[in-house]
Write a protein that binds this ligand. Structure first.
Ligand code: CDP
Length: 224
């Protein structure tokens, strides 16, 4: 028996922007009866907290971002964790355009990354989790029981993101704009967005969500 066989179950699901990590992780966690932690949500909450300062992002020092991070906490919900700023649910605020445009800047700061990683590890110490992000299987949980790397073609990721936001399929113009936005963010995030050597790759471009969730749950159950 290896050293992690008796440790709480951790499944990591990493991949580029809008590759389906969060929705897949929520469904996988529900099927496994564990909670989902969205590490991107924490970076977004830190960014939202710093944005409330009102000053220009060019003036954001790492120290000032770390101070803003102190207002962020996670409260356990039934199947996930709710992000809070000063104790108040901030889910709507962190999905806005202002946060999306600035989150990669914040996520580049090494002390901020260390702070987020510590919060994620602390959460995992007390619960079995499915955790999604960019570097969960590499930097944060190198011994995770199961690591998934989710990919999909950029146009498909953009189509899903617009559908998620507006509830309808994008027109050609929206699709092009969203694809450009995702590719720009992939580029900004590329340093921390790398698959673990032992990750299982799943390309979700041509498969249904049910199928991808079923595959991950099957693998997790084998290793549990
Ligand atoms: O869902 P989406 O792909 O739009 O992004 P997200 O998972 O909400 O992450 C938002 C941003 O946080 C990313 O663009 C990265 O800059 C950063 N991030 C990161 O650097 N490392 C992680 N483990 C998760 C997110």
């Amino acid at each position: 028996m290896s050293s992690y066989d008796r440790s709480p179950l951790v499944v990591t699901i990493d991949g580029p922007a809008a590759s389906g990590k969060s929705s897949t992780s929520t469904l996988v966690a529900a099927r496994l009866g564990v909670r989902h932690v969205d590490s991107g949500m924490i970076y977004r909450s830190v960014t939202a907290s710093r944005l409330r300062g009102g000053d220009a992002p060019e003036l954001w020092t790492e120290q000032s971002v770390l101070e803003a991070a102190r207002a962020v906490s996670l409260s356990p919900g039934e199947t996930s964790f709710v992000p809070r700023l000063h104790g108040v649910d901030c889910e709507a605020e962190i999905r806005g355009e202002a946060v999306t445009a600035l989150v990669s800047l914040v996520a580049k700061m090494p002390h901020v990354r260390a702070w987020v990683n510590a919060l994620v590890r602390q959460t995992a110490a007390a619960h079995e989790i499915v955790v999604d992000g960019r570097d969960m299987g590499t930097a944060v949980f190198p011994d995770a029981r199961l690591k998934i790397w989710l990919v999909a073609l950029p146009a498909e990721r953009a189509r899903r993101r617009v559908l998620q936001r507006t509830g309808r399929a994008p027109n050609a113009e929206e699709l092009a704009a969203e694809t450009a936005e995702l590719e720009a963010r992939d580029l900004k995030d590329r340093e921390q967005t790398q698959p673990a050597a032992d990750a299982v790759w799943i390309d979700t471009t041509g498969i249904s969500q049910d199928e991808q969730v079923g595959r991950i749950v099957g693998l997790a159950e084998e290793r549990r």
